[in-house]
Design a protein around this ligand. Sequence first.
Ligand code: SF4
Length: 291
Amino acid sequence: MELKIEIDSKSGFCYGVVRAIEQAEKFLSSGESLTSLGSIVHNSSELKRLEKRGLKVVDSSGLNNIAGGNVLFRAHGEPPQSYEVAKANSLNVIDCTCPVVLKLQERVRDSYSKIKPEGGTVAIFGKKGHAEVNGLAGQVGGDVVILQSIADIEKLNLMAPLNIFSQTTKDKDHYRELCKEIERRIEAAGGPIDKFKAFNTICGQVSSRLPHLREFAAKHNVIIFVSGAESSNGKVLYDLCKKVNERSYKIESSTEINRDWFNEGESVGICGATSTPSWQLEEVANYLSTL
Ligand code: SF4
């Protein structure tokens, strides 16, 4: 079958993931043992590649199960408690927390120290249980309100000061809608609207891909989106592709590709999440060229 194949030039690892993987590979090539607390990247193929090189991975709650040596904290970040446990267990921490996440953790702490004495609340728009959200909440002892959707607004005290931050990989439009709705409800309740602050903390590495991806998805007959099931930004970016191009398919590897998705001579765009390695996009392109 003849297909016109294009790999999206802007897809592939984001800065934070590149940095974490580079540090892991540096360690592995020096022959030292390295254990990642949780998957270093939400992509099973890339994870397998690193495991073959010697990386061990333990469950994100398994810090106490690491016997010794080097432990890698991934780009999502960790709560302060993890650093304390690592120290108590004499583990050497290879801290790969993304600088963007580190900055956000600092902002959550600052905000909390100012707003708490006024009886206010820090809220986080994010997925409950997501590693980054756990790391953010942990900065202030878990004393935050996590909002997963508009329905969660009812958990907030709208009559007191409120600061809200977003998990870095959330959808910009959903965040904007949520903040608008909070604002509307504070006004309706006669609450202190001047004490409501919403901070734009969505990572530019995710949001800047959206306009480009919209164009990319629209110009092809079929879109193959490559991403691990666990990737938050993978979900956001794929949803956008699907909105623009109904014939968008999300896969984890080329074995899931169905020949019936394509017609002779059509153009196929291949793209992925910030946790999808470029080599995997190329592998998918190679596979398509053999159909
Ligand atoms: S998406 Fe942004 S915040 Fe998250 S790891 Fe990548 S660069 Fe860092």
